[in-house]
Design a protein around this ligand. Structure first.
Ligand code: NI
Length: 199
């Protein structure tokens, strides 16, 4: 069973590996991720946020489970161009309740495979552009808190520590294995050596 992991679960700093096959297993994982994302009222979710160290993420900017035609899956995504910059508030399902300004490119060009295996190139602006950048960062182990201004970093420190304390409590209760074991599982998954998930 998949679950959205909070900071500082090691999956969030994991540099994900490319998806090798678009198959039934991946489609099942994508479906579970959409369910989890809607439940958490998010608009995007990266695979490593559910303990899967693979380069894909999902989006539905409407945050509405009935709007399935708005669901987007980005597999092995790459941002190939960035134009101009804009600062807007951003949050992340791995940091519940934490929102801060982040500078992102206003407009990007990105390439990714979709669930049908087609290579798709898109031009994105504003919220879509921001979401693609946020999620693509996740896949490289980068988090939005890394991009805060020095002032916001100081202001956010206590709230981030609270999220981390929640993770450590859950770990102490046995909901998550020790970090070393999680890292071992992530490496095994990334090498295709294990069928389970590292959460
Ligand atoms: Ni996020």
């Amino acid at each position: 069973m998949l679950r959205i992991v909070p900071y500082s679960h090691p999956a969030l700093r994991y540099e994900s590996v490319p998806v090798q096959r678009i198959d039934e297993k991946l489609r099942t994982q994508v479906r579970s991720m959409f369910d989890l994302m809607y439940e958490a009222r998010g608009i995007g979710l990266a695979a490593n946020q559910v303990g899967l160290p693979f380069r894909f993420f999902i989006l539905n900017l409407t945050c509405d489970p009935d709007q399935t035609q708005q669901e987007q899956v980005f597999i092995n995504p790459e941002i190939v161009k960035r134009h101009s910059f804009v600062i807007e508030e951003e949050g992340c399902l791995s940091f519940p309740g934490i929102y801060y300004n982040v500078q992102r490119a206003r407009k990007i060009r990105a390439r990714a495979f979709d669930l049908a295996g087609n290579l798709v190139e898109i031009e994105a602006e504003d919220l879509l552009s921001r979401a693609i950048q946020h999620e693509t960062d996740h896949l490289a182990g980068r988090l939005f808190i890394d991009l805060l201004s020095a002032e916001d970093k100081r202001a956010a420190a206590d709230k981030i520590q609270e999220v981390e304390a929640g993770y450590r409590r859950a770990q102490a209760e046995g909901i998550y294995p020790p970090d070393d074991e999680i890292k071992r599982q992530l490496n095994a998954l990334a090498k295709g050596e294990s069928a389970s998930t590292a959460v």
